[in-house]
Design a protein around this ligand. Structure first.
Ligand SMILES: [Zn+2]
Length: 384
């Protein structure tokens, strides 16, 4: 199969004209710019971009949209509403809900999602419903099954980290599904159990995610329990590595920023602003070497362009400076950084955000069923 794009962005500074994409079975075999349209190619007018990676999602929270945004409160009061929803969900009801959330993602140009999954009613039945929903929609899935041992609802929790590992080991991936690991948070998983989860992820070559420092109260409780910040606790547990993604990373110390320079950080600004979480230090993280990605998280919005836009615009409001994240800024930061920063950047040279979901090479992977195309003309943003 051949697709010829009038204009396509393939990773450079500017979109390329006349891009020919050849597809061999379930993989993209080649991408070449400056090509004439072959007679047997499907023509895609307007701008074509690669599928987007949604690195942090809780599909079930799509049902909260329009129900939790009015009135007063905080992250903690929102959480009570989220718990009330979670108590009503069964494996049977979760399949159509997750299918609808993933379908909305597909319409927004997302072709791979990292589903941070902690609904464990019926063991793996909920996770299997998520896998089925992703398959129905045709979106690639990394199911990041979260260890959750204390607090929350009974249905979130496993008896122990070993019980979590045994259960997750029974989940089956496939061509379009990967099984990954998550430590829900330092609130939900103690230090010794975090070590078990990190070791499982290493043993299985699986991506590992964790909510990190979303709220100041989480930092305070962790300091009291472990004498360390959440990031330092996770680092001591062996969790922080190039295959680790910290979610939110909003309230960090300088030392936390340095540690996360060797990992990925997923920002979810539309959720963070909805919950009044705060503004994370995205610029500092990037300059430390962190690879940044974004997620729709609570599904208040499903628009990764809005997430990326908010990273820049939120920092403008907080800093009083425009252009905090220009596209050339990383190169300038690279020259300005010290040896450790440059080393961190070389280790994380790939800019593909799908790596947060354990997805690597953009070639020889299953392409989206149809590449996303934004606009019959480059700027009108209509979709078919
Ligand atoms: Zn989350």
């Amino acid at each position: 199969m051949k697709l010829w794009c009038e204009l396509a962005w393939v990773g450079g500074d500017e979109p390329e004209h006349g891009v020919l994409i050849e597809i061999d079975g379930a993989s993209i075999a080649s991408v070449a710019a400056g090509a004439k349209p072959p007679a047997d190619a499907e023509r895609l007018p307007g701008l074509t971009i690669p599928g987007l990676a949604n690195a942090h999602s809780h599909a079930f929270q799509r049902a909260l949209r329009g129900r939790t945004h009015a009135g007063t409160g905080s992250f903690w009061t929102w959480r009570e509403q989220m718990y009330a929803l979670a108590e009503t969900i069964t494996p049977d009801s979760y399949l159509p809900l997750a299918r609808a959330a993933f379908a909305e993602m597909a319409l927004a140009g997302i072709t791979v999602v990292g589903e941070f999954h902690y609904l464990h009613e019926g063991g793996n039945a909920m996770g299997e419903a998520v896998i089925q929903a992703a398959d129905d929609v045709g979106i690639r899935l990394t199911l990041l099954d979260a260890c959750y041992l204390r607090g929350g609802l009974d249905s979130f929790r496993d008896r122990s980290a070993d019980a979590w590992a045994a259960r997750v080991s029974n989940l089956r991936g496939g061509d379009t599904v990967r099984i990954g690991a998550a430590i829900h948070s330092v609130r939900a998983v103690d230090f010794e159990s975090s070590k078990v989860v990190a070791a499982w992820a290493t043993e299985h070559g699986a991506p590992l995610h964790a909510h990190v420092s979303e709220q100041p109260a989480e930092n305070e409780a962790c300091l009291e329990e472990n004498g360390l910040t959440p990031t330092m606790t996770l680092a001591e547990a062996g969790a922080v590595s190039p295959s680790f993604t910290a979610i939110h990373a909003t309230h960090l110390s300088d030392n936390d920023v340095t540690l996360l320079g060797f990992a990925r950080v997923c920002l979810c600004p539309t959720t963070e602003r909805d919950l009044a979480d705060g503004i994370g230090p995205a610029r500092l993280l990037r300059e430390a070497g962190s690879k940044l990605c974004v997620g729709s998280d609570s599904q208040a919005f499903i628009d990764l362009f809005e997430e990326a836009r908010a990273i820049e615009l939120d920092e403008r409001l907080a800093s009083g400076e425009r252009g905090r994240h220009t596209r050339r800024r990383p190169h300038r930061a690279g020259r300005a950084g010290g040896p450790r920063e440059r080393l961190a950047r070389r280790r994380h040279a790939d800019r593909h955000p799908a790596r947060a979901c354990g997805r690597g090479n953009r070639l020889r992977r299953r392409p989206p069923r149809r590449p996303r195309r934004h606009g019959r003309r480059p700027l009108d943003c209509s979709e078919r």
